[in-house]
Design a protein around this ligand. Structure first.
Ligand code: HEC
Length: 193
């Protein structure tokens, strides 16, 4: 009689596949069933602004996620993102950054809060890594939200969600750093704090 595959083997396979996904090669769909707690770390929101906002609420990101290392709250930003910034990484993104990854893995989510000089929240910009979603721009989903979660709009009235030209063209200046400006990927592995 055939026995069901023992759990550790499934885990080893899943970890092996996750390691392959870190290469530059296109990510193959993973057919292996994943353990429930791996799904929790790897799954990101769907690619709509509304789903992203709901995900951030469910995650209570301000409480449960980490700040970009060495940045703290209300650090001084550059154009166009506003005067004071606070940037959060979910666990998937944080582990990749601190582990010295050269690109963000599936399900990495980065939220940057833009504050006015008087510390009033003005807007939030979000980047979510979704394999297969945006091949020309390292598979990033972009969105920009007002503080109540509604999507900001472009000057011609389009909701700011998806493969946003303005966001991705500017961030492409950092294509070698997986489109991220704030810090350099591929550093020495850091101790998590
Ligand atoms: C003209 C260039 C430019 C445009 C357009 C732009 N960004 Fe950025 N973005 C930056 C810079 C520069 C930073 C680094 C923040 C800082 O220190 O000021 C940044 C940081 C970020 C970060 C934090 C992660 C990182 O890359 O460091 C997110 C998230 C982000 N931007 C999202 C967006 C979204 C979403 C849009 C479109 C709505 C957008 N950005 C448009 C230049 C741009």
């Amino acid at each position: 009689m055939r026995r069901f595959t023992p759990l550790p083997l499934v885990l080893v396979l899943a970890l092996g596949l996750a390691a392959c996904a870190a290469d530059d090669d296109p990510v193959e769909p993973v057919d292996e069933p994943m353990e429930p707690d791996m799904v929790e770390t790897m799954a990101g929101p769907d690619t709509t602004g509304a789903a992203v906002w709901a995900f951030l609420g469910d995650e209570a990101y301000q409480t449960n996620w980490g700040l970009w290392p060495d940045k703290g709250e209300f650090y001084t930003g550059q154009e166009p993102h506003g005067m004071l910034l606070t940037t959060y990484l979910n666990a998937t993104a944080m582990e990749a950054l601190q582990g010295g990854a050269t690109e963000m893995p599936a399900g990495a989510v980065i939220v940057k809060e833009n504050y006015m000089p008087d510390s009033t929240l003005a807007a939030l910009t979000v980047m979510v890594k979704v394999p297969g979603y945006n091949a020309d721009h390292n598979d990033w989903f972009f969105s920009k939200h007002l503080p109540d979660g509604t999507l900001d709009q472009t000057p011609d009235g389009m909701a700011m969600e998806g493969r946003l030209t303005g966001c991705q063209n500017c961030h492409a200046a950092r294509a070698a750093n997986d489109y991220l400006f704030t810090g350099d990927l591929g550093g020495e592995p850091m101790a998590s704090n």
